[in-house]
Design a binder for this molecule. Structure first.
Ligand SMILES: C[S@@+](CC[C@H](N)C(=O)[O-])C[C@H]1O[C@@H](n2cnc3c(N)ncnc32)[C@H](O)[C@@H]1O
Length: 196
């Protein structure tokens, strides 16, 4: 299956509606961001699809989801890794971390662990390396501390200063985070990445 077909299958397995607060559930079919409280949003489906196709997650991979919010992207990533892989999903707003974790549990994706993001560092350096990193909030510049959490050859998809970036970390000996290969994939708007 090509990446777009695998992403479409994940969308079918994890309907957006299940991850929304009751007051916006009726709008689940809209291709627009929807409020999930605390000034945050469940991202626009078209954008999520574009990001997941760029990320190209394969079964068995180790994935970091930064900005888990409602838990929808976390559950989609769990569908893509399957039970042989795992997803560590981080959300910085404590109430949303609880909301997202409950949604993921109800969605029945045991390979996903959604927890509150640590206050000290961006991402989860203690649990690195990751094969894939998805960032669902806008950084002002490329977060090299997240690039450093990628395995050699690993891929990060992140909105940075209004542009969607796909970042591929190099292999040794040219594997310093700053040596990553970066390509641009269009203009997008996101809530800000705290610490980014
Ligand atoms: C667009 S929203 C949620 C998108 C989410 N993936 C979904 O499917 O609902 C981005 C989220 O990133 C969170 N966030 C911002 N900075 C963060 C950080 N440094 N670590 C973890 N989460 C962060 C925000 O609180 C917000 O909930």
């Amino acid at each position: 299956m090509d990446p777009a077909d695998r992403v479409a299958a994940a969308f079918a397995a994890q309907p957006r509606r299940r991850f929304l607060p009751p007051d916006v559930r009726g709008s689940a079919a809209w291709d627009a961001p929807l409020a999930i409280g605390y000034g945050q949003t469940n991202s626009q489906p078209h954008t999520v699809g574009d990001m997941l196709v760029l990320l190209d997650v394969a079964p068995g991979m180790r994935v970091l989801d930064v900005g888990a919010g409602s838990g929808w992207t976390s559950a989609l990533l769990g569908e893509l890794t399957g039970p042989d892989g795992w997803v560590l999903a981080l959300e910085i707003v404590p109430e949303l971390a609880a909301f997202g974790a409950a949604n993921v549990e109800a969605a029945g994706v045991p390979c996903v662990r959604l927890v509150r993001a640590g206050q000290g560092a961006l991402g989860a350096p203690d649990e690195a390396p990751f094969d894939r990193i998805l960032v669902s909030a806008m950084a002002s510049e490329l977060p090299l501390s997240l690039v450093a959490q990628l395995a050699p050859g690993g891929v990060m998809v992140a909105p940075v200063a209004g542009t969607m970036l796909r970042v591929v970390r190099g292999f040794p000996p040219r594997d310093a985070p700053g040596e990553a290969r970066v390509t641009e994939h269009g203009s997008y708007q996101f809530v800000p990445l705290v610490g980014g």
